[in-house]
Design a protein around this ligand. Structure first.
Ligand code: RFL
Length: 391
């Protein structure tokens, strides 16, 4: 069997790429390890920046997001038991975020791709990539009902996330691994079945460490707690989590944090990033988390994956339709430029909100940064530029 492009992974990167390719008449096959039910219900990201929303709009993929998503123009910081709001859209020409659960976006994208005549194999196992530097790279896999198949293609899009097989199929030494030095901190990610106690995201900076109250939908809330990088999620009972959230988010105002049952076991998310460069090896092109890991701190991962997916598809379409390989040759640099900008935003946000618990000197500087953000329009404009990046 032969197709134009095999896309490995039906996450946001893979599905955006697949829709754009299929709509341009390119025969596309998506291979996904999980079931359809699983990808359409797996909770992850929620906050999407303007570049990602624009990319979805441009491709007619934003109907669900427009109907169900909630625009977000500001966020709240809590410091020394005082709350202040940063109206970041005002400093960014009205650009803002939209909160829309990633699994709902995935469901929209699956539907759009199938409507464009695309084919997805869910539940595949043992995916293997071959002949990546030839004109006809191949992918072999075992279907959900146990058949081994091999498909030849012109290009392979490696969109299978940080733990996928695509990047691992590239020979040792062909990519640079650019890793951040180990961070002392991680975030414990908690998802609870409770209506949010706020209408804006809250970044709480307290003497016990950072706590975040993020938004998902009207029945679900995401929380983060700064923990030691070596922390074990098993040590964090629901009781301990709520106790810390109450303590770290406390303000001298009439505000209550509502509790609810945890929807999944909490997990410890490392804050150390890694980039793999370039994002291409022969006819295999990487997109999204397959090419990097950025911390969820500034909520950039899914947005980058979406714009990578679109950029990849347009570059491959130019190569296949017009024999123009220039966009493909520029692909890695374009995507890396955006991703490093997003990384810088994440790094800056972590410096703003993570508390260096054992370092009074760093904490004094953090106090200054937060006071400047509260009082200086220049500091607020700088925050807005990072928070909404990449453009
Ligand atoms: P995904 O979403 O991981 O999708 C990859 C897909 O590939 C499949 N797969 C395979 N398929 C076939 N063969 C194999 N061998 C395969 N191995 C894996 C997987 O089943 C999956 O379906 O990657 P993609 O598309 O690159 O998208 C990346 C984003 O998912 C990720 O960056 C974000 O979720 C990060 N992130 C956030 N990003 C935001 O922009 N805003 C946020 O608010 C935000 N919050 C978050 C987050 C990530 C989190 N976690 C779970 C680390 C919050 C959390 C808690």
């Amino acid at each position: 069997r032969r197709v134009g492009v095999v896309v490995i992974g039906a996450g946001v990167a893979g599905l955006v790429a697949a829709v754009v390719l299929a709509r341009r008449g390119i025969d596309t096959l998506v291979l996904e390890a999980a079931s359809r039910a699983r990808v359409e219900s797996r909770p992850r990201a929620g906050l999407l920046g303007p570049a990602a929303v624009d990319a979805l709009e441009r491709n007619g993929l934003a109907d669900g997001l427009r109907a169900e998503g909630a625009p977000h123009h500001n966020c709240e910081l809590r410091h020394r038991r005082r709350a202040f709001v940063v109206e970041y859209d005002r400093h960014a020409g009205g650009r803002h975020h939209v909160v829309y659960p990633q699994q709902e976006l995935v469901a929209d994208l699956v539907a759009a791709y199938l409507a464009a005549g695309g084919v997805i194999e869910f539940g595949v196992t043992d995916v293997m990539l071959d002949a990546l530097t030839s004109d006809h790279p191949a992918v072999s896999f075992v279907t959900a009902d146990g058949q081994r198949q091999t498909v030849e293609s012109r290009f392979i899009a490696g969109c299978d996330g940080h733990h996928g097989v695509s990047r691992g199929s590239i020979p040792e030494g062909a990519l640079r691994h650019i890793r951040q030095r180990d961070s002392a901190w991680a975030w414990l990610a908690v998802l609870a079945a409770v209506a949010p106690s706020t209408d804006k995201i809250i970044y709480g900076v307290s003497p016990r460490g950072f706590a975040g109250h993020m938004l998902r939908d009207h029945r679900t809330s995401r929380f983060y707690l700064q923990v030691e990088a070596t922390a074990d999620a098993a040590d964090w009972s629901a009781e301990r989590i709520w106790e810390e959230l109450h303590a770290r988010l406390a303000v001298d105002a009439d505000w209550q944090l509502a509790e609810g049952p945890l929807l999944e076991p909490p997990n410890v998310i490392a804050m150390d990033s890694v980039f793999y460069e370039p994002m291409r090896f022969g006819r295999l092109i990487l997109a999204g988390d397959a090419a990097r890991r950025v911390p969820p701190a500034a909520a950039k991962g899914a947005g980058l994956a979406i714009v990578d997916g679109e950029t990849l598809a347009l570059a491959v379409a130019a190569a296949l339709h017009d024999a123009d390989e220039r966009p493909l040759n520029a692909y890695s640099e374009v995507c890396l430029g955006r991703a490093w900008l997003a990384q810088e935003a994440s790094t800056k946000l972590l410096q703003l909100v993570n508390v260096e618990l054992a370092d009074p000197f760093a904490r004094r500087l953090q106090d200054v940064r937060l006071d400047r953000l509260r009082t200086s329009p220049v500091a607020a404009a700088e925050f807005a530029d990072h928070y909404l990046s990449p453009r």
